[in-house]
Ligand binder design. Sequence first.
Ligand SMILES: Nc1ncnc2c1ncn2[C@@H]1O[C@H](COP(=O)(O)OP(=O)(O)OP(=O)(O)O)[C@@H](O)[C@H]1O
Ligand SMILES: [Mg+2]
Length: 248
Amino acid sequence: MKLFNPSSVFKKKPDKKKSEINGAQLAPYAAKYEKSAVAEAFKILRTNLQFSIKFNEPRVIVITSPNQMEGKTTVASNLGVTFAAANYNTLVLDADMRIPNLHRQFGMENKEGLSNCLNGDCDLERAIQTTPIDNLSLMGSGPIPFNSSELLSSDRMIKLLEELKSRYQLIIIDSPPVNVVADTPIVSTLSDGLLVVISMGNTRRRDLKKTLHALDYCNILGFVLNVTRRGNESYYQYYSSRYYAARK
Ligand SMILES: Nc1ncnc2c1ncn2[C@@H]1O[C@H](COP(=O)(O)OP(=O)(O)OP(=O)(O)O)[C@@H](O)[C@H]1O
Ligand SMILES: [Mg+2]
């Protein structure tokens, strides 16, 4: 079921760190190290998604995983960078309104964002920040609300996504862990599909089963295997039953 050979990933050394990306000190790995194995793995993930979904209209993809700290935010930000590099007008949106982190990947603030919009004091121009990366914008979570599940299942969320789809070709939503809070299945019903991140050596089989059960009625596009090795080396693999089905 592997789409590419991970051993090739470790043959290359990352190119030298760029001190700045269009003036920014912080950026996801795939932007900082454009020729690294990680950047290459995200290009493969992008290609496989392009096989899975037709990008003939604006698309919304949710990134999730069973538990905390499995790499959701890392995958969301790097995938955003990778689609933006292919000239997709892309928004990364932080729907993890409990422990928001997406803005940190870009060294940006989170004073206003999704929660403001869903609470009714929405000013999209302030909630959306332009990142230093071409074609890539960010909407942070905004201040942490006490009722994130209710906000995400509100009509305002539906309207907001419609508005965002009129502005962006691709919206990548970073979400909280499925086994911990109820928010992700709610958001997923408004999306074109999900990517489930599995952290090798951390995600347990029974936790993944629980997640798949919770996402039973959602469109799972595939799985991203997030592997961390000693020495900070890491790679990503993508599995998609649909992609394989198409090739049979
Ligand atoms: N492949 C990787 N190689 C090295 N470090 C990684 C890798 N993937 C994730 N990390 C690191 O692991 C930590 C958790 O990653 P991340 O924030 O993306 O997880 P998360 O699933 O979004 O967590 P949370 O559930 O808290 O939102 C971060 O410090 C991130 O930099
Ligand atoms: Mg996260």
